[in-house]
Write a protein that binds this ligand. Structure first.
Ligand code: ADP
Length: 627
């Protein structure tokens, strides 16, 4: 007996011991593999002129109550012994597994629900599985057998036609689980209807029908016997090929949940039937929530690509831009049959489809923003970050497409606003679009610099996520108005530095020298309201950017860690603290040196920056409090 690869073993264990409540999805998974296998053969036939027709294919499910087996058969491409080994001895796509490893605590519900784990899900209901398969064009068949985690065997076998028969030996029933129901006609019918209705090939199950017995004698009452006949259960018309007004929202939602393994209804669907420059049909969905793995390396964006109804690629990433990577769905079009994973990127027709899809999604969002603000905000709360990352990525290449879709919280208006909203309510004479960065809206509202700008009658946009300010740097200006961080020294708001009284000048100069190396400049500013001090910056690097750079993982001699903002310490000369400064300057200049350090550390804390020597800060501030 051969053992499973370690990683497959882990998934197997998960399946065998699963408490998952939707065990029935094993059938959907097996049927979907059959359909893929048939697609592969049909596609090969079209390409190589083998001459098979769509009508030649079928998927059959046969229940044997005595043996407690369910046999799922297809006449698709089949597998050679090597393929059985490769495909069923290891997990082909281990994305779900890798994800599981990193999140060991996740319930199995999550992993099964989020990814769909394919063939192995059969072990949720089976104590033994046999796969008899004969690859197209081969004359030998093989039998793969496994009773679970111990391992599997592959041996030569006989099978007349190409394709695969999977024999599922159901587990014995328990108090909690009634596995026998998978042998019932009505259960199978319900599951096929529910999960596999759109499969393009007939899915047949055996139905018992009463017939008049041949031994019924003349004149006697009819003897009734039962016979089995194959009945096709699925409607076979893919949802996306139906016209919109024939489809209910429930159908759209159900299709989404089955196809993309989500428990929730989607946030919205978009059914496109394009004719003209490009011909294609697309069924797109925006989920309610962003997938947990979205920003990890395990997330794979892409739309399913069908050519004439045959699935040719599961995740075609060239059909959807990175910034709309959360969109799920499929595209069906007529492609040249020579297309492959490698050439798809260069295919002009696909490029046109991709660009048309991008525009339609953008238009849908744009319309929602205009006509149903509440709904848009719901969307934005789930995917705003993705859009902002989209503005930032590729050196701002896509900013023009996205800048009207992003929103920030406005302090004055107390809600999320677009740049357009901000600009249209700008005060007379206002030159800049002001923004502030911080960990939360609350902390931004409390910043002295924010207060300063608000006091001048201008609104401030709150940027609370790491990517925000970087994205803004690429947008640079909106409607001709430049963006300005409220901590920037050149905010254009009167900063009474010019009027520093002669008597104050040596004091400011003294503090500047005391903090040399730490700050670039020291200024007096009367617009700080209640606050004693604050930090501002000069030049391109803001405090927030310094923070983000410093929080990046350190990688050897990475220059980004040398990045420091040019800091300016602003002191409020109308604050009581200034009296103390003046007194120290007159009586105790060593004391003023220490005191200046305390003030600088306070200003840093207000900005959420780290201070170097916390112990020193605490002891010095306590010392001056006690005085
Ligand atoms: P997935 O279908 O997501 O790739 P599975 O675990 O369901 O993962 O199946 C693994 C592989 O086994 C498939 O990719 C396919 O190559 C092969 N396979 C499974 N079922 C069949 C089948 N009925 N006919 C041919 N190949 C199959």
């Amino acid at each position: 007996m051969k053992s499973f690869k370690t990683e497959s073993k882990r998934v197997l264990d998960l399946m065998i011991n699963s408490i998952y409540t939707h065990k029935e999805i094993f059938l959907r998974e097996l049927i979907s593999n059959c359909s893929d296998a048939i697609d592969k053969l049909y596609y090969k036939s079209l390409k190589e002129n083998i001459g098979l027709s769509r009508d030649d294919f079928e998927i059959k499910i046969k229940a044997d109550k005595k043996a407690r087996t369910l046999t799922i058969s297809d006449n698709g491409i089949g597998m050679t012994a090597e393929e059985l080994e490769k495909n069923l001895g290891t997990i082909a796509k281990s994305g779900s597994l890798a994800f599981k490893n990193e999140n060991e605590k996740q319930e199995d519900i999550n992993i099964i629900g989020q990814f769909g784990v394919g063939f192995y899900s059969v072990f949720m209901v089976a104590e033994k599985v046999e796969v008899l398969s004969k690859a197209y064009g081969e004359d030998k068949a093989n039998l793969w057998v496994s009773s679970g985690a111990e391992g599997y065997d592959i041996k030569p076998a006989t099978k007349e036609t190409c394709g695969t028969d999977i024999v599922v030996y159901l587990k014995p029933d328990t108090d909690d689980e009634n596995y026998s129901e998978y042998l019932e006609y009505y259960k199978l019918r319900e599951l096929i209807k529910r999960y596999s209705d759109y499969i393009r090939y007939p899915i047949k199950i055996e139905k018992e029908v009463p017939v008049k017995s041949a031994n019924t004698k003349e004149g006697e009452p009819n003897k009734i016997e039962t016979e089995f006949e194959w009945e096709t259960i699925n409607s076979m018309i893919p949802l996306w090929r139906k016209s919109k007004n024939e489809i209910t929202d429930e159908e759209y939602n159900k299709f989404y949940k089955d196809m993309f393994y989500d428990f929730d209804d989607p946030f919205l669907h978009l059914h496109i039937s394009a004719e003209g420059v490009v011909d294609y049909k697309a069924l797109l969905y925006i989920p309610k929530k962003c997938p947990e793995a979205y920003f990890s390396k395990y997330f794979e964006r892409g739309l399913k690509l069908y050519s004439n109804g045959v699935l040719i690629m599961d995740k075609c990433k060239d059909l959807i831009p990175e910034y709309f990577g959360f969109v799920q769905g499929l595209v069906d079009c007529e492609l040249s049959l020579n297309i492959s994973r490698e050439t798809v990127q260069h295919d002009r027709q696909l490029q046109k489809i991709a660009s048309s899809i991008e525009k339609q999604i953008r238009k849908e969002l744009q319309d929602m923003l205009q006509n149903d603000r509440d709904k848009y905000i719901e969307f934005y709360k789930a995917f705003g970050l993705q859009l902002k990352v989209g503005v930032y990525n590729n050196w701002g290449m896509d900013k023009d497409k996205l800048q009207d879709l992003i929103m920030f919280y406005s302090v004055k208006q107390d809600k999320l606003v677009t740049f357009k909203d901000y600009v249209s309510s700008m005060a007379e004479g206002q030159k800049y679009i002001y923004y502030a960065t911080g960990n939360s809206i609350l902390s931004i509202k409390k910043m002295p610099q924010t207060e300063k700008v608000l006091n001048s009658g201008y609104d401030v946009l709150c940027m609370t996520e790491n990517v925000d300010e970087f994205a803004i740097k690429y947008v640079a200006n909106y409607d001709g108005k430049e963006f300005k961080n409220v901590t920037d020294s050149g905010t254009g708001i009167e900063n009474s530095t010019e009027e520093v009284a002669d008597e104050d000048k040596p004091i400011v100069e003294f503090i500047k020298n005391a903090l040399a190396g730490e700050v670039f400049d020291v200024k007096l500013s009367k617009k700080l309201g209640e606050h004693a001090v604050c930090l501002s910056t000069e030049g391109e690097i803001s405090l927030e950017m310094e923070k983000v750079f410093n929080n990046m993982p350190k990688t050897g001699n990475d220059a980004t860690h040398e990045i420091k903002a040019k800091k300016i310490l602003e002191i409020n000369p109308t604050h009581k603290i200034y009296e103390k400064i003046k007194k120290l300057y007159a009586d105790n200049q060593d004391g003023l040196k220490e005191f200046a350090e305390v003030l600088l550390d306070e200003a840093k804390l207000l900005e959420g920056l780290e201070i170097e020597d916390m112990g020193k800060f605490v002891s010095l501030s306590t010392k001056y409090m006690a005085e």
